[in-house]
Design a protein. Structure first.
Length: 126
């Protein structure tokens, strides 16, 4: 994912545009792309701020978000359930197909961790 330009540079480009120079001239002057200057001017016109927008996908809107309470209940009922078993159970009950690694990441974000007990069997704890 790309990194946003600094606030200082954004403010200087915007000040040059506001002082009457064209967007392309401001871009050439500061060594940035013309599209950056155009999009920055559009952003300032729309929001009044030179701050960059949030990057990436919004959290909590994946296909497992609706199934997470059900997954948590299943894991708390059977702590030593494997991820492939959990994936099969999810597909059978809701029709949602999820890779076991995706289920593991979702449970880690929900606060679960994998621990070994004295017999060497892995158990999910929260």
């Amino acid at each position: 994912m790309g990194k946003a330009y600094s606030e200082d540079l954004r403010e200087r480009v915007e000040a040059r545009i506001a002082s009457g120079h064209s967007r392309r001239d401001a871009a050439r002057h500061f060594g940035v792309s013309a599209s950056f200057a155009v999009k920055l001017a559009q952003r300032v016109a729309a929001t009044g701020s030179v701050a960059p927008g949030r990057q990436g996908r919004p959290p909590g809107h994946g296909k497992l978000a609706d199934c997470l309470p059900r997954l948590i209940a299943w894991v708390e009922a059977v702590p030593d359930i494997s991820m492939p078993e959990l994936a099969a159970k999810l597909k059978a009950s809701t029709g949602v197909v999820a890779h076991p690694a995706s289920l593991s990441r979702a449970l880690l974000k929900a606060g679960f961790s994998t621990k070994k007990n004295t017999s060497g069997i892995r158990v999910r704890t929260r």
